[in-house]
Design a protein around this ligand. Structure first.
Ligand code: ADP
Length: 630
């Protein structure tokens, strides 16, 4: 079968080094103390189960049947030797796959884990959040051996390591290897010998792996064999027969996380398409939530056979959802190409999306606290749907929660907002800002605060986009407080507020005309406004332009400049009124020009920018200060 050269190459045991990342990870596995080491078994069993499901799928697509083949995971304990063995008849690995999968970090979850470790996060905590797959075996074992034969290949290979920097790979005689699949053997550390006790394994499997889709047997000696899991598909069982722990375990199995699901959606759809759904919303944000390359978290099954976990079934704004969708109608041997733009899959995606949104809304009503936790973790992602999925904008707007100027620490819905509109208020006001602190400091809010008008504080990057396209809620349009002429005048101010005198108003109007002249095309207009209370000036976008924050975001991403803003003057501000008086009194025009330039510079500063000509700004400021001090 093999010629001479090949033979000499493939009979030697080679020693290979782990990549630096793996070496670091393993060093930590070997040397740290963990509060929960049980998770290693879940990781190994889940790898064994994945290998069986991949083999089942591969056999099907190759037209070899296989759905009915008896897949099995068997776990053997040897108390005397202090050894634990996990065996599967899945797809197996050849030499190259062992090097690729067990020698470097190919898996994105593990990479993220290592990155977090470098950020100084606590390892034991992180293992709970991520799981680190195969390498977690080194938490409990001094030495790990993996013997495997790839489906359809003649040769078999053995990988062995003590986790200290390197591993060996050697070919093994056919009789020493499984006919197909993988055997993982752990030589347990002295203080973890209890994993060689069948009671321990049974407890751990029942806790973490009870619903693995492949049957599991536990062998403690030749005679002693016990079936631990039937490999049944939990999602096909009636809801009433499943308890909360079973759901949680299954969630942990499909998500690879160790938190509790915040929402569980389980149903069977019949009608035009028949399918079962068991999906979850996590409580903890996955590490790669904003990674554009992130795959969907929902596994596709066809009649209980695993097909793929990277079909995009749900829209991207639900990419935090984890779980299983099992179709009765798709063909088993569906190919990758057929999965794209598949009408059945699209219909299922629509159905599940609708149901998820409806269940989220129900949760929001029944258990607002639980819902707000979901919103805090995933709100910024859900809001992407407001512009990506206009068809579902209304249910999504109903799910949205906001920080507002009058809400303090409470999250407000648009329904709450509309219920509390002020007299004559016809719009939903919002402010786009980089952060809550920047929003709170914005001068644009002053007039709204004075009138008790609520303003939504939108501080997520996605906000600038959806709010520009959303048509409104409950018949009320969205209006940026930094854009267009303020229409606050119709809304009565709180008691005891004094409006500026008419003569002041007209003097400030004259000042506005002067300032416009002085500033030229730096501004598109200068006008008197009642948007402000304590600040003398602010900049706003023109009526038909883009909101200034959106414009800034687009300029950063796509280049291009900003359009000239409108400068607004506050007639109720003493300084503004005094400058207007000076102008009316035909004072030194140079002084007023300095004042005009300084007002504009200050408006820019209030907007978080520098004066457009800092040297000129400084010179004028000094001139005015000198005049005042002289
Ligand atoms: P993952 O989260 O991808 O499972 P692991 O570190 O646990 O990360 O495993 C790395 C890779 O090694 C797997 O993706 C798989 O390709 C391979 N692998 C691990 N265990 C097995 C097994 N029992 N059978 C076949 N392949 C396996």
């Amino acid at each position: 079968m093999t010629d001479k050269t090949n033979e000499s190459e493939t009979t030697r045991a080679e020693t290979l080094g782990f990549t630096a990342e793996v070496a670091r990870l393993l060093h930590m596995m070997v040397h740290s103390v963990y509060s929960n080491t049980d998770v290693f078994l879940r990781e190994l069993v889940s790898n064994a189960s994945d290998a069986c499901e991949r083999q089942r799928h591969e056999a099907l697509t190759a037209g070899e049947g296989g759905a009915d083949e008896a897949f099995l995971i068997s776990i053997e304990t040897d108390r005397d030797a202090g050894r634990l063995t996990i065996r599967d008849n899945g797809i197996g690995m050849n030499r190259d796959e062992m090097i690729e999968n067990l020698g470097r970090i190919a898996h994105s979850g593990t990479r993220a884990f290592v990155e977090k470790l470098q950020d100084g996060k606590e390892a034991s905590e992180l293992i709970g959040q991520f799981g680190v797959g195969f390498y977690s075996a080194f938490m409990v074992a001094d030495e790990v051996e993996v013997t495997s034969r790839r489906a359809g290949e003649a040769g078999a290979w053995r990988w062995r390591s003590d986790g200290a920097g390197s591993y060996t790979i050697e070919p093994v005689a056919p009789e020493e290897a499984p006919a197909r699949g993988t055997v993982v053997t752990l030589e347990l550390k002295d203080d973890h010998k209890d994993y060689a006790a069948p009671e321990t394994i049974e407890r751990v499997i029942r806790t973490y792996s009870a619903n693995v889709p492949v049957p599991i047997v536990l062998k403690a000696g030749a005679e002693d064999e016990k079936r631990l899991g039937e490999g049944g598909a939990l999602w096909r069982k009636p809801k009433a027969s499943i308890d909360k722990d079973e759901y949680t375990n299954f969630y942990r199995l499909v998500s690879g996380q160790y938190d509790e699901p915040a929402l569980t959606v389980h149903y069977h759809a019949e009608g035009r398409h028949e399918y079962s759904v068991l999906t979850f919303v996590p409580t903890i944000k996955p590490f790669d939530l904003f990674d554009p390359a992130r795959k969907g978290g929902v596994k596709l099954y066809v009649r209980r056979v695993f097909i793929t976990d990277d079909a995009e079934i749900l829209p991207r704004y639900l990419r935090f959802v984890r779980g299983v969708i099992d179709s009765e109608d798709l063909p088993l041997n569906i190919s990758r190409e057929m999965l794209q733009k598949n009408p059945i899959l699209e219909a299922i995606g629509h159905g599940v999306t609708k149901r998820m949104l409806a269940d989220l809304e129900k949760l929001a009503e029944a258990e607002p606290e639980a819902y707000l936790k979901i919103w805090e973790a995933f709100g910024p992602v859900i809001k992407e749907g407001l512009y990506e999925d206009p068809e579902r904008r209304d249910p999504l707007l109903a799910l949205a929660r906001f920080r507002t100027t009058t809400g303090g620490e409470t999250w407000r819905s648009l329904k709450d907002y509309v219920a509390d509109l002020k007299e004559n208020q016809t719009k939903i006001y919002y402010l786009l800002a980089d952060s809550a602190a920047a929003a709170a400091a914005s001068p644009h809010l002053e007039g709204y605060r004075k009138r008790g008008v609520e303003v939504l504080l939108l501080t997520d990057p996605v906000d600038a986009f959806w709010v520009a396209t959303a048509l409104g809620f409950d018949g009320k349009g969205f209006q940026s407080v930094t854009q267009g002429a303020s229409d606050l005048d119709a809304i009565p101010a709180a008691e005891g507020e004094e409006a500026p005198k008419p003569e002041t108003e007209s003097a400030v109007a004259a000042l506005a005309a002067f300032v416009k002249d002085a500033l030229g095309d730096k501004v598109s207009d200068v006008r008197v406004s009642h948007r402000l209370a304590d600040s003398p000036v602010c900049l706003v976008a023109t009526d038909f332009g883009l909101d200034r924050r959106l414009e800034k975001i687009m300029a950063t991403h796509q280049g291009g400049g900003l359009s000239a803003p409108v400068l607004e003057l506050n007639p109720a501000h003493e300084t503004v009124a005094l400058i207007a008086e000076k102008l009316a009194g035909a004072a030194d025009k140079g002084l007023i020009e300095d004042a005009a330039a300084l007002l504009y510079g200050q408006a820019r500063v209030l907007d978080g920018e520098a004066p457009d000509d800092p040297a000129d700004f400084g010179r004028r400021l000094m001139r005015l200060m000198t005049a005042a001090l002289r």
